[in-house]
Design a protein. Structure first.
Length: 132
């Protein structure tokens, strides 16, 4: 674990994070990773973009961890809806499609960062440190 970890824990207590992924195992892995990196984290889960948009109408989040390939409403269309609503919540794509070209496309539509699956704890930590 890098030295940023103590800074993350000290400065980011009580974060509200939305995890959007259609695979419950991926959600569990992200939750465990966040628990290791942050002292207190409040997590809501959605299994697709439609559920995520509903939760965004009900709650305020500090960060969204968003899968790209999902049923009903994928991560790209979900991001476009969020940005069209004027919400500037940091969004990190968590996807198997993290090629350089894909990353550039994600940034163009309003995604702030991209992490490949399986998520590397140190890369997640770095992304959190830069965005929060």
């Amino acid at each position: 674990m890098s030295s940023n970890n103590s800074s993350l824990k000290k400065n980011h207590k009580g974060l509200h994070i939305l995890i959007v992924d259609d695979n419950p195992i991926n959600i569990l892995i992200l939750k465990k990773s966040l628990d290791r990196l942050l002292d207190t984290v409040h997590i809501k889960e959605a299994s697709n973009g439609m559920e995520a948009l509903q939760l965004l109408n009900e709650y305020v989040f500090d960060l969204i961890l968003l899968d790209i390939d999902m049923p009903l409403l994928n991560g790209i269309d979900t991001t476009k809806c969020i940005r069209n609503q004027g919400q500037m919540i940091p969004i990190i794509a968590v996807t198997t499609n993290d090629s350089l070209e894909s990353r550039d496309n994600y940034i163009k539509i309003g995604i702030n960062d991209c992490l490949g699956k399986p998520v590397d704890l140190q890369l997640l930590e770095k992304a959190l440190f830069l965005l929060l």
